[in-house]
Design a protein around this ligand. Structure first.
Ligand code: SIN
Length: 300
């Protein structure tokens, strides 16, 4: 075959659209995307549809994705640079862009981070450039439990009582990877002691309490029990009181989508719009997922 006809064939492959559907989930948060194969490179218009669905619904659930770690990474990279998690102990060997989230212990050693997501959080909000979004791909699921909950922080902001809205107007809050780290080390045995090099990667940062989504312009609360330690410029007791009220308001049942995992699901959420929580898995049941995390921009 000539070079010219090879090029034509590649164009044709690139142009091939996939016949997939975006189905909003009941409850107003999230959409299911069915009939797509993320193992194939999406053409520009399919990619634009997925991107739009992600912005509109904040969390999209791709069903039945039988993809390799490299395909998971390649799809994630189309949205931006991938972040390498500070806990290198739980990187997938050969693929440092993937964090293993798992409660499985083999030969006395945890294969992944067993208590990832135990407290509500937005991924990597403790960095100057927090995450745009995360993609979690089911590898092994328990027969019960193991759900992931997502809370809509735009709705949380829109429905804030006036006294909280006034209290946080123009304020900044401190985010720290270490906020719950010591407590989690005491509660269970998953978390290694951080080396000086790891500690140097997770110095605390300050972000606005209310951020504006850089792509949609919508405002969202940007604090979480997992990583936010105090509001700057307030006395400590007042800061703790307001944070406690903000945390409680954020996770009201009407703000939440509860994801019940199915085999080969890949779930892609927007960390600028949502916080999330791993609801927990009975200790005798195995759960393993692979996560990539996309870097976002400076919150404003
Ligand atoms: C995470 O917080 O990234 C993990 C969520 C989960 O395991 O459900």
């Amino acid at each position: 075959m000539s070079t010219r006809s090879n090029a034509a064939r590649l164009d044709a492959v690139d142009d091939a659209a996939q016949a997939f559907e975006v189905r909003p989930l009941p409850g107003g948060i999230g959409a299911e995307i069915v009939g797509i194969d993320l193992g194939q490179t999406l053409n520009a218009s399919d990619f634009a549809r997925v991107h739009r669905a992600h912005l509109d619904h904040h969390v999209v659930v791709f069903r039945d994705q039988r993809i390799t770690p490299q395909q998971h990474i390649d799809f994630s990279r189309r949205f931006g640079k991938l972040m390498i998690h500070v806990l290198h102990q739980f990187h997938l060997p050969g693929h440092p862009e993937i964090l293993i989230v798992s409660n499985i212990v083999e030969d006395g050693k945890p294969v992944g981070l067993g208590d990832a997501g135990k407290y509500w959080h937005s991924d990597i909000s403790y960095k100057p450039l927090p995450s745009l979004g995360s993609l979690l791909h089911a590898q092994e699921l328990p027969s019960e439990g193991g759900d992931t909950l997502f809370a809509d922080m735009h709705v949380a902001y829109d429905t804030l009582p006036a006294h909280l809205r006034d209290a946080i107007e123009g304020r900044q809050a401190v985010h720290s990877y270490l906020a719950k780290y010591g407590q989690m080390q005491k509660e269970a045995n998953w978390r290694p002691t951080l080396s000086p090099e790891q500690l140097a990667q997770v110095k605390e940062v300050v972000h606005p309490v209310v951020r504006t989504h850089p792509e949609t312009g919508r405002k969202a609360l940007f604090v979480s029990e997992g990583f936010t330690t105090r509001i700057e410029g307030l006395p400590e007791d007042e800061s703790q009181q307001i944070l406690a009220e903000l945390f409680a308001h954020s996770i009201k049942p009407e703000h939440i989508y509860r994801h019940q995992w199915r085999e080969h699901d890949l779930v892609f959420w927007d960390n600028r719009s949502l916080i999330h929580l791993a609801a927990g898995t009975p200790a005798h049941l195995r759960r393993k997922l692979y996560r990539t995390t996309i870097e976002g921009d400076t919150p404003f």
